[in-house]
Design a protein around this ligand. Structure first.
Ligand code: ADP
Ligand code: MN
Ligand code: MN
Ligand code: MN
Ligand code: MN
Length: 335
């Protein structure tokens, strides 16, 4: 007998990478081997030396096919087994090891927008819906668009065993959020990439597409972000490390080093309006949804907990944002 393995990888599309996948039929009991693909079709190679290697790094049950079938997230390698230049996971493996004793964990809030053709789901043909106000966490057919898809996606994430921790309708019609975590850096990132793949794949069956475009509708409509909640063991036990982490993110070139790696088109979204801080300013504050980094109110009350980096775009690479936060904050906390 056989089972199906869906090999999933992150491609080289600029400026925002896309997910790709293909199916391998496996003999029952066989181990998942490295596999190959045509890198010239994914912006990961030139035509004359186009072979790239898929190395399985994370496996979970395939909730779409069911049975013994699996989803297999892969790193992309060159044929000499070095990480391909588009492989941002390899660097996180090293950094996670270096700071493992600080026990960093992340919860990422993934916002996204459904589209039907060229319109966000719920936008009337040739016009706009009622202005924002009633849609966030709304209920009812006048406010909610795509809940059947969202419920199916949630069910699929749970069946796959992902650490999804919640969902909610967002501020713009057709815009939604799910959260993954809290989990260790590699875990949260691998699982977020799989949850994204499941989002596209689930929506496909409803003839709807999903996008991580950080500003899918220009003008007075909320963008889509990926608020990244972060703590270390010390931050979960005391308040001084919370402040140290917030301060470290504001030092020298750090604000720009982070923001320029927080997803393409970030200056379109971090305008200072729509619950954001301007992309070229750094500030942190308690309960402040206009800050770059928010300390949740209960964290101040309890004098321990976590911080929320509100800057990352919906299209951020989780391997990159978790690496940068661990690098900046854990280095400061080490001192
Ligand atoms: P918001 O109020 O900003 O919408 P959400 O409830 O959507 O917040 O998301 C908060 C995220 O923070 C969740 O994924 C949650 O699991 C995560 N989280 C909670 N505690 C911690 C912690 N100590 N460290 C890191 N992440 C955490
Ligand atoms: Mn072929
Ligand atoms: Mn949220
Ligand atoms: Mn949100
Ligand atoms: Mn948030």
């Amino acid at each position: 007998m056989t089972f199906k393995a869906e090999y999933i990888w992150i491609d080289g599309t600029e400026p925002t990478a896309k997910l790709r996948s293909k199916t391998k039929i496996m003999a029952d009991g066989a181990e998942l081997p490295n596999w190959g693909f045509d890198g010239s079709s994914t912006n990961q190679a030139k035509g004359h030396a186009s072979d790239r290697v898929l190395k399985p790094v994370f496996t979970c049950p395939d909730p779409i096919r069911g049975g013994d079938d699996v989803l297999v997230l892969c790193e992309v390698l060159n044929t000499d087994m070095t990480p391909h230049e588009t492989n941002t996971r390899a660097a996180l493996v090293e950094l996670e090891e270096r700071f493992a004793s600080q026990e960093p964990i992340f919860g990422i809030e993934q916002e996204y927008t459904f589209f039907e053709g060229d319109r966000p789901l719920g936008f009337p043909v040739g016009g706009f819906p009622a202005a924002q106000g009633g849609y966030y966490c709304g209920v009812g057919a006048d406010e909610i668009f795509g809940r059947d898809v969202v419920e199916a996606h949630l069910e699929n994430c749970l069946k796959a065993g992902l650490g999804i921790s919640g969902i909610n309708a967002e501020v713009m019609p057709g815009q939604w959020e799910f959260q993954v975590g809290p989990l260790a850096p590699l875990e949260v990132s691998d699982q977020l990439w799989i949850a994204r793949w499941l989002l596209y794949r689930t929506a496909e069956d409803f003839k709807v597409s999903a996008t991580l475009d950080p500003k899918p509708v220009k003008g007075d409509w909320n963008g889509a972000g990926a608020h990244t909640n972060f703590s270390t063991k010390a931050m979960r036990e005391g308040y001084a490390p919370i402040i140290t982490a917030c301060e470290s993110l504001g030092e020298g070139s750090k604000p720009l080093d982070h923001v320029k790696n927080y997803g393409a088109g970030i200056d379109d979204r971090l305008t200072g309006l729509h619950e954001t801080a301007p992309w070229d300013e750094y500030k942190y504050g308690v309960s402040d949804r206009g800050a770059s980094v928010r300390i949740p109110w209960q964290v101040e009350v309890e004098q321990k907990g976590y911080i929320e980096d509100r800057r990352p775009n919906a299209n951020v690479d989780p391997y990159v944002v978790t690496r940068l936060l661990v690098d900046t904050c854990c280095t400061a906390l080490e001192k």
